[in-house]
Write a protein that binds this ligand. Structure first.
Ligand SMILES: Nc1ncnc2c1ncn2[C@@H]1O[C@H](COP(=O)(O)OP(=O)(O)O)[C@@H](O)[C@H]1O
Ligand SMILES: [Mg+2]
Length: 1063
């Protein structure tokens, strides 16, 4: 099995996957372990994931170096204990996907690489399990990524939390409130193209099941001066440009607007209405859609946009001075639109823009304004209209986000998660009232941070039963007091200056400050400073030594901004507005209220106190955002800028507090799980309590007593180097463990494979054996049945055919036939024939005949004409002599020859005498005289017509076949024969007595030629023949031992012939 490790763009290993099978190792705590190990071992490459592990934790250089190393690897997140430090990458790192969200869900904070989602999930789980309200405080300079982080957090919750049973739209509203708020509250600045120009605290309410059910937003100090003025390279709030770019023609016409932003004085100050990175047209669509999601009716949208348009028209209101230097409105058209859009009376508005109403001793006096004052009043109105609309908008969103179930019992069990996206420390070349407020806000938050961090540290020590050691840190309470203390604080003095009768100016405020506070270690003015520092301070400036560093503020505008006055008649005019939103923003009760409204600083102070209370009641989590460069460039690490932020965010201070005690702490289980392999007693598993296991382990590792402390549930390690030494030991140990595990795994793997193969083999074998056995058994059964049938058939073989003997009978028949096929007679002479069963006797005979016929037919077909002739002659011979003459059997094996004398042996004269008659057969013979029986050598010739007896060259006697009446021979073994001739023929000399060595052959030929087959007489005893006219001769034959032919005394020819065969 191959382990696959998936890398995510942060460069850290997060997941181990197997393509087909989920690998057990990757799941649960083991999966975490793999991740953690790889992450920790990668520490040399990418610095430390947690600044508390920096050896040199007091060194700012080391801190920044660690940030730099990680930033170079696109690792934008690093912890300081539970605090997340984030560096804006200015590029999409693809680290906020759904996959990433899943990765960070339900895992322990420290065991995965640092990530915003780790914070999000930890916070959420604490909220659910401990049911305590939580707050994530996101701080950092403008452009450092606070808003982005807030959005990512919201997105995380919207996507990963369960949907509420009712009102699932809350999630959408939570997400969609963002673009609307951003359109009205964000603007392009030099630092950030989407800079939030207000502080935001957002509460998300979760029901007891952890589903988001509602939300609430608090906004802080919108930078309303932007409505009327923007620095070079900056823009007004996005909504103006979005409306002009994206609004439909018809709408713009209704609002009396032109598409070109250059036409509006409030939009041209920064000279950059168009920015390539911002797509106003698209954003407009997003905002329009979002407005619907957050419950805006069409009318409300129209009213809202009317106000936006009226601000633009207000900016284009011009004044001219009359003879008395009083301002007069010159732009009637704008006034007309304003009247309509704001739903106010034209004359009232005109008067309000050019006059100031003073109430003196109950009497109202109208005093005309000069040009400058009129412009001031106009701008004040624009700012007030816009900022109050913004406040209204926030309220409106809150109504939309409010849980609809607020009255239900489950409402009481909701928990709240707060997200604070608020401006970080600001230090500019020129710092004014706004920076003063913002930096004060940061002081308060730092104070809260110290309080909460120290408190939680202390609580952890207490919970773990470890003695609390006082931590050396700078407590900024003194600065907070300097700003907010009653009577003596800067805000009090400022308010006093604003409220007191008489000629109060920014400079009188500064003097008052110097007088009241005098020698405070954190306040410096030109007057209070010593010789050396005085040079760096202007006369209208004061310097605060904030916890994060020095900031010099110019007092110019302090009073004015703090007062934030809107002339009464302008207020009155607005109160009469028929635009429903305006009438809600300007309440008549404001007019009758005799009390002066709270100053801006005091309002801000109050809202901050309220915020601090809100945050205090919650469990805090921190995200500290850092901007790596001013150019919004990815990959650029501007060290000076970053050092500045590290300082102003108080990160070193954070680290010092965190490191005051112990650098590292972990639950015993986690610690033991990770390092147990380093000690023989804890490896491979520890049976006892984890705490005891850790004790054994650290003793084995040789930790010195001052290096660590054992708490109730955690081990505390004081120095990072102790942990790193342990980590290095683990690295070494892991190598050998890995080898062992690999070997064991391979062994296991192959053994499993072997077992599987073996199992399969056994399975196949047994199956095959079974099959064979079954086949054999079947065969046997069949055999037994056959034999049984056979025997039964045998027993009943004589019974008539019935099912029981049918088989046997058939078998006998078949086997007879088969046997017959093998044992057929080979030739006609072979008489063998198998004995047939009774039922086949007839068939057998028929077959036998057939067979014989066949053999004969075959034989006949195979013989030559000569042989045929031979056989025919032999057959004739047999017919004549068989069983009749003794020397016949001797002749049988001797072949008949066509002729026994060649033509050369026959005299030519004889041939001549025969003429055309061919000689069919010639044989030498012996002729016995008729009288004396003298033997004489003669030739016997057969022609087609006659038998010719030849003596040398002379034809002695010619017997025509017609004259040949018969032939006589004895039955003995002699070779004499008599040719009987027709007696009437006188030419004939009488019968002829002849002797041939081939008597059978010769006689057969003669009989055939002369057609006298039936005329051969075989005589026993004697033969009588005609010897000549009137004289007969007799030949007597007697059996004897030897052939003897003699003339007997009685005149007969006596022939003694040996008996060859006993007949
Ligand atoms: N985590 C991030 N990943 C990628 N880009 C970011 C991230 N954080 C911030 N940015 C970029 O920086 C810009 C400024 O961030 P923003 O959150 O508006 O800053 P802030 O609210 O702190 O002023 C964003 O518009 C975005 O382009
Ligand atoms: Mg922002």
């Amino acid at each position: 099995m191959a382990l696959q490790v998936e890398l995510i763009p942060t460069g850290e290993i997060i997941r181990v996957v197997h393509p087909h099978r989920p690998c057990k190792l990757a799941l649960g705590s083991d999966g975490v372990r793999v991740t953690m190990e790889s992450a920790l071992t990668a520490r040399d490459r990418v610095g430390v994931q947690d600044f508390v592990l920096l050896e040199n934790f007091t060194s700012e250089a080391a801190f920044i170096e660690n940030l730099r190393r990680r930033f170079r690897e696109n690792l934008i997140y690093t912890y300081i204990g539970p605090v997340l430090v984030s560096v804006n990458p200015y590029r999409d790192l693809q680290i906020y996907s759904r996959q990433h969200m899943e990765r960070y869900r339900g895992v322990s904070f420290y065991e995965v690489p640092p990530h915003l989602f780790a914070v999000a999930d930890t916070v959420y789980r604490a909220l659910r399990t401990e049911r305590r309200d939580q707050a994530v405080m996101i701080s950092g300079e403008s452009g450092a990524g606070k808003t982005e982080a807030t959005k990512r957090l919201l997105q995380f919750y919207a996507e990963t939390c369960p949907a509420p049973e009712r009102g699932g739209a809350v999630r959408d509203r939570l997400l969609q409130s963002n673009p609307v708020l951003e359109a009205f509250g964000n603007a392009k600045t030099l630092r950030n193209d989407n800079s939030s120009r207000f502080g935001k605290y957002m509460d998300v309410q979760f029901d007891f099941k952890g589903a988001p059910v509602g939300g609430h937003i608090l906004s802080y100090l919108l930078e309303k001066s932007r409505v009327v003025h923007q620095n070079h390279g900056e823009r007004n709030f996005h909504i103006f440009y979005q409306l002009l770019e994206g609004g439909e023609e018809e709408m713009l016409r209704r609002l009396g607007l032109e598409r070109n932003p250059q036409s509006y004085l409030y939009l041209v100050k920064g000279q950059c209405a168009k920015v390539s990175s911002i797509n106003d047209k698209n954003d407009w669509k997003v905002v329009r859609k979002a407005l619907t999601v957050i419950d805006f009716t069409e009318d409300e949208v129209e009213d809202l946009l009317s106000i936006v348009a009226s601000v633009l028209h207000l900016g284009n209101i011009h004044f001219a001075a009359d003879e008395e230097s009083n301002a007069q409105v010159t732009t009637e058209n704008q006034l007309k639109y304003l009247t309509r859009l704001l739903g106010v009376e034209g004359s009232t508005l005109r008067e309000a823009l050019t006059h100031r109403k003073i109430i003196a001793k109950g009497e109202e006096l109208l005093s005309p304004l000069n040009l400058e004052q009129a412009a001031y009043a106009r701008d004040a109105l624009a700012k007030a209209v816009y900022s109050r609309t913004f406040t209204w908008l926030v309220e409106k969103i809150n109504r939309s986000l409010a849980s609809k179930d607020a009255d239900s019992p489950s409402w009481r069990s909701t928990t709240v998660l707060g997200l604070l996206d608020i401006y970080g420390f600001e230090v500019f070349q020129h710092n004014s009232f706004e920076q003063f407020c913002i930096n004060y806000c940061n002081e308060k938050l730092q104070q809260l941070f110290i309080e909460l961090t120290l408190k939680s540290e202390q609580e952890e020590y207490e919970a773990e039963g470890i003695a609390w050691e006082p931590v050396q840190y700078f407590n900024n309470k003194i600065i907070c007091d300097l700003v907010e203390e009653k009577f003596k604080g800067i805000i009090s003095i400022l308010d006093e200056e604003c409220l007191r009768p008489g000629e109060a100016t920014d400079l009188t405020f500064l003097e008052k400050l110097e007088d009241t506070i005098k020698h405070h270690p954190h306040l410096l003015t030109h007057k209070l400073a010593d010789q050396r520092t005085r040079k760096s301070l202007g006369r209208g400036e004061f310097r605060l030594l904030h916890y994060a560093g020095e900031v010099t503020y110019s007092v110019t505008g302090f009073l004015d901004k703090n007062n934030d006055l809107l002339f009464r008649n302008l207020k009155e005019t607005m109160c009469s507005s028929e635009n429903p939103i305006m009438s809600q923003c300007f309440d008549r009760s404001e007019l009758s209220d005799k009390k002066r409204p709270e100053t801006v600083a005091t309002q801000f102070k109050m809202s901050l106190l309220q915020l601090v209370e809100i945050l205090k009641s919650k469990e805090p989590a921190y995200v500290r955002c850092i901007k790596p460069n001013d150019a919004k460039q990815p990959g650029r690490f501007d060290e000076v800028l970053i050092r500045h932020q590290v300082k102003y965010l108080g990160l070193m201070e954070n680290l010092r507090v965190r490191r005051a005690g112990f650098a590292y702490r972990r639950k015993y289980e986690v610690f033991l799980q990770r390092y147990k392999s380093l000690c023989p007693e804890t490896w491979p598993s520890w049976a006892g309590r984890p705490q005891d296991g850790v004790a054994v382990l650290v003793r084995h590792l040789g930790y010195k007593p001052e290096e660590y402390k054992m708490g109730r549930t955690k081990i505390f390690i004081r120095f990072p180097k102790t942990l790193f030494a342990t980590e290095d030991a683990l690295e070494v140990r892991r190598q050998s463990l890995a080898t062992k595990i690999q070997a064991a795994w391979r062994g296991y793997h192959w053994r499993q494979k072997f077992l599987r193969v073996k199992q399969s083999a056994i399975c196949i074998q047994s199956w095959w054996r079974g099959t064979l056995g079954r086949r054999k058994a079947a065969k046997r059964k069949w055999a037994a049945q056959t034999i049984r049938r056979f025997i039964r058939g045998f027993i009943l073989r004589h019974a008539p055919r019935c099912p029981e003997n049918a088989f046997f009978l058939d078998h006998v028949r078949t086997s007879f036939l088969l046997n017959l096929r093998r044992q057929l007679p080979r030739n006609v002479l072979d008489t063998s024939w198998p004995t047939p069963p009774p039922a086949l006797r007839e068939a057998s005979e028929l077959l036998r005949e057939l067979c014989m016929k066949n053999m004969v037919w075959k034989y006949c077909r195979g013989i030559s004409p000569e042989w045929k002739q031979q056989l025919q002659q032999k057959a004739v011979a047999s017919e004549i002599f068989k069983g009749k003459k003794d020397n016949y059997p001797q002749s049988v094996p001797r072949l008949f020859i066509s002729t026994r004398l060649g033509t050369d042996e026959i005299s030519p004269k004889v041939l001549q005498a025969l003429g055309s008659e061919p000689i069919q057969y010639a044989v030498p013979v012996v002729k016995y005289d008729r009288k004396g029986y003298k033997p004489r050598s003669r030739q016997l010739l057969l022609t087609p017509n006659a038998v010719v007896i030849v003596e040398d060259a002379k034809v002695k006697q010619r017997i025509d076949y017609a004259n040949l009446t018969g032939i006589s021979v004895s039955s003995l073994s002699d070779s004499l024969f008599v040719l009987h001739v027709q007696r009437e023929d006188n030419k004939q000399k009488g019968d002829v007595v002849l002797q041939s060595d081939h008597v059978i052959e010769t006689l057969t030929k003669v009989a055939l030629s002369a057609d006298r087959v039936n005329n051969i007489n075989i005589n026993q005893g004697s033969i009588t023949f005609a010897g000549g006219p009137g004289r007969d001769g007799t030949i007597d034959f007697t059996p004897g031992s030897e052939l003897l032919i003699t003339k007997a005394k009685n005149g007969h020819l006596a022939v003694v012939a040996p008996r060859l065969n006993s007949r």
